[in-house]
Design a protein around this ligand. Structure first.
Ligand SMILES: Cc1ncc(COP(=O)(O)O)c(C=O)c1O
Length: 412
């Protein structure tokens, strides 16, 4: 049962967004001498354009609200309270209805992307270990699989932490438990005592999903302290929908935070990564020096467009939970179709049964066919081992059929 996620007509969405914009500051009629912000430049973005009347998102862009900070805790800049409230709704829908946090149990914000949301998590847990456990930097490590997105490598580099990579099995892409145990033992022998785990809710190249219990059990057995973040940048808008009974949301007490990217599966504009975490964690990244901004500075990015939150809110409201489930089922249907066709040809591939990625062994696909159909290789330097197909909205069965036929022809 959804508490917050409801389908709304276009007219209702327009009414809600118009009301939100009216609650925000209107630079034309309200005196505001101090804030370094205004509407978009009227010479370029003309407000009288007739199409704006029926386009609440474009009107939001023109009004240009700044959603600096995090609006689920403490105070926020009062000038943009109307649209900030819609961002709060987005966080409640995703945290509570999609990822099953308890009522009011989630903080979060619309970040620039999955990279930022993953960094926010690593930064938050590093500081938690420093503050709560008196840890030294050298005692904290990031831990994830070799299939993990490179944003975790970036986070390790920026935060000056070690990154430990756990190998996965070639055909199942599952974490290799024995190797994990050894990696933890070796790390602890060299002084690592605190682990920040990145569990994948669908990896970039394979769409494979990590079992978080494998990490939790190994770390508990080793007597190590850990916190776990789920990287759902790609799979976060598909896996929880296709697999309602899963271990990677807030029902699992080991999961403390999640990245989702609306600008991938939700087809939102870029700049809509979403960071979600349990209450009582964000304050670990509070910047005391940010005194002139109302509210706490606890996000990696500073100023950010409120229009991005509105875009996500509109997509969620347009589909509603059932419409969105149908959309995901359509993509899975197409993915199933393609897998059956590949099976009939005996072409080897990896596919998680609840995900929309098919990753083919490169030896089964001639490079010319891969390039003709725009498949993405696992490496751009040297010989690829894998090519992936991501079944997005624009990838239809006709396209998949043509691809399978081209593979078949190349084999004769
Ligand atoms: C699993 C995963 N995490 C993080 C990211 C980074 O997301 P962004 O490009 O939005 O920063 C990606 C991007 O492909 C991803 O697939």
């Amino acid at each position: 049962m959804m508490k917050h996620w409801k389908r709304l007509s276009h007219a209702e969405q327009d009414r809600r967004i118009t009301a939100a914009l009216e609650q925000n500051i209107d630079f034309r009629s309200q005196l505001s001498l101090g804030i370094p912000a205004s509407r978009l430049d009227g010479q370029v973005f003309q407000e009288s354009a007739p199409f704006l009347k029926d386009a609440p998102l474009l009107r939001t862009y023109v009004q240009n609200p700044n959603h600096i900070g995090c609006h689920t805790l403490g105070e926020s800049e009062p000038f943009f309270a109307g649209t900030q409230a819609l961002e709060q709704e987005v966080i409640a829908i995703l945290g509570e209805d999609l990822l099953h946090a308890e009522a009011g149990g989630c903080d979060g914000y619309v970040a620039s992307g999955g990279t930022e949301a993953n960094m926010q998590a690593a930064w938050m847990y590093r500081n938690l270990f420093l503050h709560q456990y008196g840890a030294q930097h050298g005692e904290i490590a990031l831990l994830s699989s070799t299939d993990t997105h490179y944003s975790v490598a970036k986070a390790a580099n920026l935060l000056h932490l070690r990154w430990l990579q756990v190998p996965v099995a070639h055909t199942t892409r599952e974490l290799q438990e024995a190797a994990l145990v050894q990696i933890i033992q070796q790390a602890m022998a060299t002084g690592i005592r605190y682990f920040i785990v990145f569990a994948n809710m669908a990896t970039t190249m394979f769409g494979s999903v990590d079992n978080p219990d494998v990490y939790a059990n190994a770390l508990r057995q080793a007597g190590a302290e850990f916190r776990m973040h789920v990287d759902g940048a790609f799979g976060g808008f598909i896996y929880p929908v296709s697999t309602p009974d899963n271990k990677l949301d807030f029902r699992n007490p080991d999961v403390s935070s999640v990245t989702l990217d609306a600008h991938k599966m939700l087809q939102a504009p870029y700049g809509t990564g979403i960071f979600l975490c349990r209450k009582d964690l964000m304050h670990h990244v509070y910047t005391e020096e940010a005194q002139y901004v109302a509210g706490m500075d606890i996000t990696l990015s500073g100023s950010r467009s409120g229009a991005n939150a509105i875009a996500v809110w509109m997509i969620l409201a347009t589909y509603g939970p059932f419409g969105y489930l149908e959309k995901i089922n359509k993509l899975l249907y197409r993915t199933n179709w393609c897998c059956r066709a590949l099976d009939a040809l005996g072409i080897a591939y990896y596919r998680h049964p609840r995900m929309n990625i098919i990753t083919l062994e490169a030896k089964g696909v001639p490079a010319t066919v891969a390039s003709q159909f725009g498949l993405v290789p696992d490496t751009h330097t040297g010989q690829p081992n894998w090519y992936k197909i991501v079944v997005m909205e624009h990838v239809e069965i006709e396209h998949l059929e043509a691809f399978v036929a081209a593979v078949q022809e190349s084999a004769v």
